[in-house]
Design a protein around this ligand. Structure first.
Ligand code: PMP
Length: 381
């Protein structure tokens, strides 16, 4: 029998729009439809709101001497941060460093630079808890290293990499620029921009509008536009702006930051209860690390039950989860992230990513854990 309640446990993939954001966004769509580059009064008004949002987001994040470029999400922002910066600054060096656990939009951007533009890329493996080893990073730095890109929070296992520590190490030991994919970090952990040159974000992971994101980059770093067109967004991201989405972004980020502490308290209790309830189950392996990962995410393997069976069986109970990154949703493929963490093949084939939200209760976690246990017993081969 299916439960009536929907357990939305895929919040890392995307989460529902905040009602306040939705109402402002709808109002903007209705009333502020003019092109921000038009010189008539309505165009001017949209322009003002657009630029106010840009300034407000920079100030909310407390970043200085930087520009913010609005994009259609973090996939685009990551492509820009990596390809555009590498192409514009290739005279400074053709060596790049990243990790093996990055989002496909980062990983594939590096592959592109390697394959088509002769850049040399070092892909660092991570430790069993998903964090980089600073000594390995230091050893990988070279005189000609142009860019180091390491995500702040991993989207499959939630591992937190200490941005303050690794960016300082890079700045102390090289001339390289530093980039971090902060999509899963914003609203979940405190951000540190002291030694960070470029950061990328997405709105739909913080209860914002889908297809909306942004890049923050130090003023002095050159970029080339990846798309040719007009002079919107400093000439780097041409095309008529999605002004309603860009304007409402300030409110989206503000709410996410205002709610961060309270949200984390609730989520930590839920996450700890989840781990505690499953840790004595001999069928369950944890792919995420309770201590070193964000509170939103738990990644487990129920041995003997492959991911597809678990996802379908939980789906029958209105419990919606993923196997891993939904940008690579083929559950039959091995996870590049779990491979880098050196997880056994069996963990990979049975992986389930459960991502929590504050609407859930401890009783809900008990219901979910019970279901996972029952499915484990029923379907184990
Ligand atoms: N980076 C990370 C860590 C992500 O989790 C995602 C979303 N799956 C992205 C980048 C891409 O963001 P978007 O969906 O806005 O393109």
């Amino acid at each position: 029998m299916s439960y009536n309640k929907i357990f939305y446990l895929d919040n890392v993939s995307t989460n529902p729009i905040n009602p306040e954001v939705l109402s402002t966004y709808t109002m903007l769509l209705e009333k502020y439809y003019a092109n921000k580059s038009s010189i008539h009064a309505l165009g001017r008004e949209v322009y003002k709101l657009h630029e106010k949002s840009r300034e407000e987001v920079l100030s909310l994040l407390n970043v200085k001497n930087s520009r913010l470029i609005f994009t259609a999400g973090a996939t685009e922002a990551n492509n820009m941060a990596i390809k555009s910066v590498a192409m514009a600054n290739k005279a400074q060096g053709k060596h790049l460093i990243t990790t093996n656990i990055e989002h496909p939009s980062v990983h594939s951007s590096f592959k592109f630079l390697e394959e088509y533009l002769d850049f040399e890329v070092t892909y660092l493996d991570v430790e069993a808890d998903g964090r980089i080893d600073l000594n390995k990073l230091k050893a990988a730095l070279r005189e000609d290293t142009l860019l180091v890109s390491i995500m702040a929070v991993n989207n499959e296992v939630g591992a937190i990499n200490d941005v303050a520590a690794w960016t300082k190490l890079v700045k102390d030991n090289s001339k390289a620029y530093t980039h971090s994919d902060m999509v899963q970090a914003l609203g979940n952990i405190d951000l540190d921009f002291n030694n960070l040159d470029i950061a990328t974000f997405s709105a739909h992971k913080i209860n914002g509008v889908k297809g909306s994101g942004f890049l923050v980059i130090r003023d002095h770093i050159d970029m080339v536009p990846l798309i040719s067109g007009g002079d919107q967004e400093f000439g780097i991201r041409p095309g008529t702006e999605n002004s309603p989405a860009n304007i409402v972004l300030a409110k989206t980020v503000r709410i996410a930051l205002e709610e961060q502490v309270e949200k984390n308290e609730k989520l930590k209790a839920l996450k700890d209860h989840f781990y505690d309830s499953l840790k004595d189950n001999p069928q369950v392996r944890f792919n995420s690390n309770q201590e070193h990962s964000v509170n939103t995410l738990v990644n487990i393997s129920v041995l003997g039950v492959n991911s597809e069976i678990m996802l379908n069986a939980l789906g029958q109970e209105n419990m919606y989860v993923s196997a891993g990154s939904t940008c690579q949703s083929d559950v039959h493929k091995r996870s590049r992230v779990l491979m880098s963490l050196d997880k056994p093949l069996e963990n990979q084939q049975t992986r389930v990513r459960i991502s929590l939200n504050t609407d859930l209760t401890i009783e809900d976690i008990d219901t979910i854990v019970l279901k996972i246990t029952e499915i484990g017993e029923k379907y184990a081969v």
